[in-house]
Design a binder for this molecule. Structure first.
Ligand code: VG1
Ligand code: CO
Length: 576
């Protein structure tokens, strides 16, 4: 029995029933074609969007009414969309198509005039952002749990993007959550859309469904920003690259752009077929999860350039031959070399980075006279800065880099930016990074993640460190004096909105820093992220391994936060 094609009518509420327990389904009402049904429902208590939309286990989304409640809560938080265009697509993970069919039926029932949906239900996050902008849509719904694993036992997610193409800001996600707490019914059309696999238009109730090529608009945008002729020449000269799409959404995008348009040899793109369970992998482009690429690049040194992207195509990892570029350094290097890229020649006005991202880019901004902004974690905080023309390039330490070309981070964009720089400079990735450190100093950086920690233990740890905010300054750990300790709060310089509790910062006299945050994207227990950073101007010490260079800060973090004792873990789950 496929829930997609049914219209549910819930049983009457049971006295004292937990509002979060979905109601059983009883009957399917016979209706005339194209009728809009208002289905009675009850709120779920757990539909609060996190860092990037609502993420839950697939099994949670498969509960009757669960997706519908959230989608109706999105629509109920919007005004003025009647007759307008909605963009819909996802990263191709398990449940993507089922969810899209439901969303199309609900969009039609709620009065959207037109939906643009990627063929096969596919749209990467940055491509969805590009399509919203290009076609001046009212907004978009992107189905993805990004870097979280997929499949029947994996994760699913849904996020709403606004008219500028970017993630809904907090005032919208707060409104969605508030609606989800009081929802009593949702609207859905008693009809199913035509095939999602055939390009072209069809009608669904009063709405037009246009199935679009998910790659074409995005590829065209990339061609406008980067010097494709120079990159083609680079590949023609024998330059070798491996791009690991991790069986996720960037496969078709990378194959089209790198292999077809830029002439990279077939096989440059690895794992390029989108699979519903990402081939059983964890589509997170970092040194732990992109193991096949890491083996090729870091251990065997088989190509000049390596890159990977995540489930929904907004993250990137960049590798040279036996050389890892931290995302924080990547942002700084892109900012420093922007003049080499046609789309950014002379056009960088400012840079923005999330708070836990290293200050490497700040040094470039200072030297070049760019504006420089520090925001909370999550791309939604860059939207206003980009719209206001205050920032051109943005980045996060979590393998996210992007610019004002869309309003999401963009994995392939970052890879093409690097290729453009490599084509112009004709130097290796390693040589470019080392020259950057010589000019600006090296910012040693690492993030230690403790995944699926017991929630109470993680919250207790954070609370205990916060309780020490007044006594930490002045204390000396391994010769380092604490000069500040606080919980990061942000006032948006454009609209004045305030965001609190965005992560603990502990700063030391020499500028080094420890940051502690709890993840807002996990679906099981809590994930503690510990971010470590130290600046090293002395070039003779730039060759150190990051974990060695940060060893004392790693110990200090444990002394201050009692990480091992409180989490019961001897070491992090993932080190990036
Ligand atoms: C993580 C990253 C954050 C990123 C977010 C969404 O959030 O730290 O930088 O913006 O994922 O990225 P958190 O709350 O788990 O630390 V993605 O590629 O999942 O859309
Ligand atoms: Co992502």
């Amino acid at each position: 029995m496929d829930p997609v094609f049914r219209v549910w009518t819930p049983a009457p509420p049971r006295a004292g029933a937990d509002a979060s327990i979905p109601l059983p389904t009883t009957e399917r009402k016979a209706r005339s074609p194209m009728a809009v049904t208002s289905v009675a429902t009850k709120p779920f208590s757990d539909q609060k969007p996190g860092t990037s939309g609502l993420r839950k286990k697939v099994t949670v989304f498969q509960q009757p009414h669960y997706l519908e409640n959230f989608v109706q809560s999105i629509f109920d938080s919007l005004e003025g969309f009647q007759g307008k265009t909605l963009v819909v697509g996802g990263d191709g993970r398990y449940h993507n198509r089922t969810a899209i069919v439901t969303i199309l039926r609900m969009a039609a029932a709620n009065g959207f005039g037109r939906v643009l949906v990627g063929r096969g239900g596919i749209l990467s996050t940055p491509a969805a952002s590009a399509v919203i902008r290009k076609y001046e849509a009212f907004g978009g719904i992107v189905l993805s749990a990004s870097h979280n694993p997929g499949g029947p036992d994996g994760d699913f997610g849904i996020k709403y993007n606004i008219m500028n193409g970017g993630p809904a800001p907090e005032k919208v996600t707060d409104a969605i959550f508030a609606n989800s707490r009081k929802i009593t019914s949702y609207r859905i059309l008693d009809a199913v859309p035509g095939s999602l696999d055939t390009l072209g238009e069809s009608r669904l109730g009063g709405m037009t469904v246009a199935v679009i090529d998910p790659v074409a608009d995005y590829a065209e945008l990339m061609g406008n920003l980067f010097d494709f002729a120079a990159i083609r020449k680079l590949f023609a000269s024998g330059f070798t690259m491996r791009f690991d799409a991790m069986h996720a959404v960037t496969g078709p995008y990378a194959t089209e752009i790198l292999e077809r348009q830029l002439g990279a040899p077939a096989g440059t793109v690895m794992n390029g077929i989108v699979k519903e369970d990402f081939g059983g992998g964890h589509p997170d482009p970092n040194l732990t999860y992109a193991e096949e690429l890491v083996e090729i690049m870091m251990h065997r040194g088989e190509a000049d350039f390596g890159a990977a992207s995540d489930g929904d195509g907004d993250r990137n990892m960049v590798l040279g031959r036996r050389f890892f570029i931290t995302p924080s350094d990547s942002l700084a290097i892109l900012a420093d070399n922007a003049a080499l890229v046609p789309g950014y020649r002379g056009g960088v006005v400012g840079v923005a980075r999330s708070m836990p991202t290293s200050a490497a880019v700040d040094r470039v901004a200072k030297a070049k006279g760019f504006g420089c902004y520090e925001t909370p974690t999550g791309w939604k905080f860059f939207g206003n800065l980009l719209d206001a023309g205050k920032a051109t390039l943005c980045g996060e330490e979590s393998f996210g880099t992007g610019s004002n070309h869309v309003r999401e981070k963009d994995g392939l964009w970052a890879v093409l930016f690097w290729l453009n720089i490599l084509a112009v400079r004709q130097e290796s990735v390693e040589a470019i990074a080392k020259a950057h450190w010589r000019s600006y100093g090296r910012t040693f950086y690492s993030r230690h993640d403790y995944e699926e920690v017991e929630s109470n233990a993680a919250n207790g740890l954070m609370d205990a460190v916060k309780a020490g905010f007044t006594t930490l300054p002045g204390q000396i750990f391994e010769g380092r004096e604490v000069v500040m300790a606080d919980d990061f709060a942000y006032t948006d310089p454009v609209d004045g909105s305030e965001s609190r509790n965005q992560g603990i910062r502990i700063g030391f006299r020499d500028g080094s820093r420890i940051v502690l945050r709890l993840s807002g994207t996990g679906t099981k227990g809590a994930t503690l992220r510990v971010y470590l950073e130290r600046y090293e101007p002395d070039a003779s010490r730039h060759g150190l391994d990051a974990q060695e260079a940060l060893a004392d800060l790693i110990r200090i973090a444990d002394q201050i936060a009692g990480i091992r004792q409180r989490t019961g873990r001897e070491r992090p789950t993932v080190i990036t």
